[in-house]
Design a protein around this ligand. Structure first.
Ligand code: MN
Length: 248
């Protein structure tokens, strides 16, 4: 299939009205437009899948059947009960219904073997959808002493730390390098890696920075950084989006 016909579904979320909107009683549906731009830049077609309150398995099957790939964007913290934990004090605001909707879409995309790219929270949601767990705050991840601030909001579109990519990973094939400079805007991080997933990159201070499906022929990758905002500045992350779209 030519890229121009490939439809990439981006999971939407509800957000408050803009302060100048006349429709102050109504929320908005959508995503940050760096996600749609990134898909446009690799010549595919982005389509936002709105969060719907009333849905069933037919709704989910229908959405996933109509798209060629699923992009799971970043967002707020994930509801801890979805990975079997009680909420800790450091866990920030979450939206259980939106998270459950996302997980149902991910499970169906996995079932239909549709390519998946999870970004930041999207990477964590992919992990939770496959029964993995999270650290509700990165301070609980004590694998290494913490060298970096993994939530550097002043560096949204520039790298703030390095990661080491596993030599045998799909990610290594995509970037053709083992050390990559990435931005870092996450406050939660992956604890136990989910079923059928491999760990594919760690930060130098030991946080999980990427996961991927163990099936080498299936593009299903989650990255903890934000390649789509780096892609607004240069082409260092273009190979990831290209590989995603080209896998269709
Ligand atoms: Mn990080």
């Amino acid at each position: 299939m030519q890229n121009k016909f490939k439809l990439i579904g981006i999971i939407g979320e509800i957000s408050p009205p803009s302060p100048t909107s006349a429709f102050q009683n109504f929320k908005r549906q959508g995503c940050v437009d760096t996600y749609t731009q990134s898909i446009e830049k690799v010549n595919a077609i982005p389509i936002i899948i709105p969060f719907v309150k009333e849905y069933n398995s037919d709704t989910i099957v229908s959405y996933i059947s109509k798209i060629d790939g699923l992009l799971i964007p970043g967002g707020m913290d994930i509801e801890p009960s979805l990975y079997g934990e009680k909420r800790k004090e450091e866990c920030q605001k979450s939206n259980k219904e939106n998270d459950q909707f996302s997980i149902d879409l991910i499970k169906e995309a996995l079932f239909q073997k549709k390519p998946i790219l999870g970004i930041c929270k999207g990477c964590q949601l992919l992990n939770v959808a496959l029964n993995g767990t999270l650290f509700q705050d990165q301070k609980y991840d004590l694998r290494e002493s913490k060298e970096y601030n993994h939530s550097d909001l002043n560096k949204i579109d520039t790298p703030s730390h390095k990661i080491i990519i596993n030599k045998d990973s799909k990610l290594n094939k995509i970037f053709n390098k083992q050390v990559l400079s990435v931005n870092s805007l996450h406050h939660q991080s992956i604890n136990q890696v989910g079923n059928s997933l491999n760990l594919s990159a760690l930060s130098l201070d030991g946080l999980v920075e990427a996961i991927e499906h163990e099936n080498p022929n299936y593009f299903c990758i989650g990255v903890q950084w934000h390649p789509e905002t780096l892609f607004t500045k240069d082409d260092s992350m273009k190979p990831l989006f290209e590989a995603f779209v080209n896998s269709i």
